[in-house]
Design a protein around this ligand. Structure first.
Ligand SMILES: NC(=O)c1ccc[n+]([C@@H]2O[C@H](COP(=O)([O-])OP(=O)(O)OC[C@H]3O[C@@H](n4cnc5c(N)ncnc54)[C@H](OP(=O)(O)O)[C@@H]3O)[C@@H](O)[C@H]2O)c1
Length: 253
């Protein structure tokens, strides 16, 4: 299937590693020009070099998405350099399970507020596109109890509510909004590698709870995102697509 993504412009936050990096690479493989960001200059540079080698335009800079001015500068720079914005994927999370006041603030700032800001700032560009698409990265921890009370799942659940309402209000501007909620995703250098090393029992119990018998990969999540942002998903908006190998047990309807 041709996803019809050639020459579209996609901005992905938190895109030097893990799921964000896989989304940037996958969209570049489909012919998108990509704007990336993260907080480490050397890794931003390395990612731009790797993406450019795929034959597309790539740009990016050091950005902490919780810094409003820096986020705005990055979005404007990418739009100028790449020629507009068709696709926006807010992917950054403060992660973790820090059920303290500072933990709640961190997840609110990085997951919720930065996503809202990014949507506000990219919206005029996405509307001009005529085929604008947003995919918000949530988590299965938003839709089921998992590992105790924490801001991570709660704030990500808030993002699902925001995503759904946003899809209603932006449809008339030709912008589709969907969410992707990954289950446990294993990749080198990722959180689950750490958990496997330091909390082997928890890691093994989690895998045992996945009917497919393994964790997912960041590229499997990226493929789902690529389909949802593509014109081949033209009539899909307001969805939350779970990518978890059957980890969550609820009936989706
Ligand atoms: N991994 C999983 O199992 C899993 C499961 C469900 C959902 N998710 C969701 O998927 C998304 C990506 O997770 P991941 O596991 O791929 O994360 P990751 O491996 O920690 O990668 C996060 C990326 O974002 C960058 N980043 C982190 N904080 C940032 C900030 N404040 N500003 C700008 N860039 C920042 C990181 O680079 P720097 O640190 O250099 O900035 C890195 O490029 C998150 O929303 C997460 O909640 C992950």
């Amino acid at each position: 299937m041709d996803l019809q993504l050639k020459d579209k412009v996609a901005l992905i936050t938190g895109s030097t590693k893990g799921i964000g990096r896989a989304i940037a690479e996958t969209l570049a493989d489909e012919g998108c020009h990509v704007g990336i960001c993260a907080r480490n200059q050397a890794e931003v540079d390395e990612t731009i070099t790797a993406l450019t080698a795929k034959g597309v335009k790539a740009c990016g800079s050091v950005v902490d998405v919780t810094d409003a001015a820096s986020l705005e500068t990055w979005i404007n720079h990418c739009a100028d350099t790449l020629g507009g914005i068709d696709i926006f994927v807010p992917n950054v999370s403060a992660g973790g399970a820090d059920n303290s006041e500072s933990g709640w603030r961190a997840n609110f700032e990085a997951d919720m507020l930065a996503t809202w800001r990014g949507v506000e700032l990219t919206q005029p560009h996405l509307a001009k596109s005529g085929q604008g698409a947003i995919v918000i990265i949530s988590t299965t921890a938003a839709v089921e109890a998992f590992a105790g009370p924490s801001p991570y799942g709660a704030i990500k659940a808030g993002l699902l509510n925001y995503s759904s309402n946003l899809s209603q209000s932006l449809a008339a501007s030709g912008i589709r909004v969907n969410a992707v909620s990954p289950g446990p995703i294993y990749f080198e250098g990722g959180a689950w590698e750490q958990i496997k090393t330091h909390m082997a029992d928890f890691y093994n119990a989690t895998v045992a709870n996945i009917p497919m018998g393994r964790m997912g990969t960041n590229y499997e999540v990226a493929d789902t995102v690529a389909f949802l942002v593509s014109p081949r998903s033209a009539f899909t908006t307001g969805a939350n697509v779970i990518v978890d190998g059957g980890f969550t047990k609820r009936v989706q309807f």
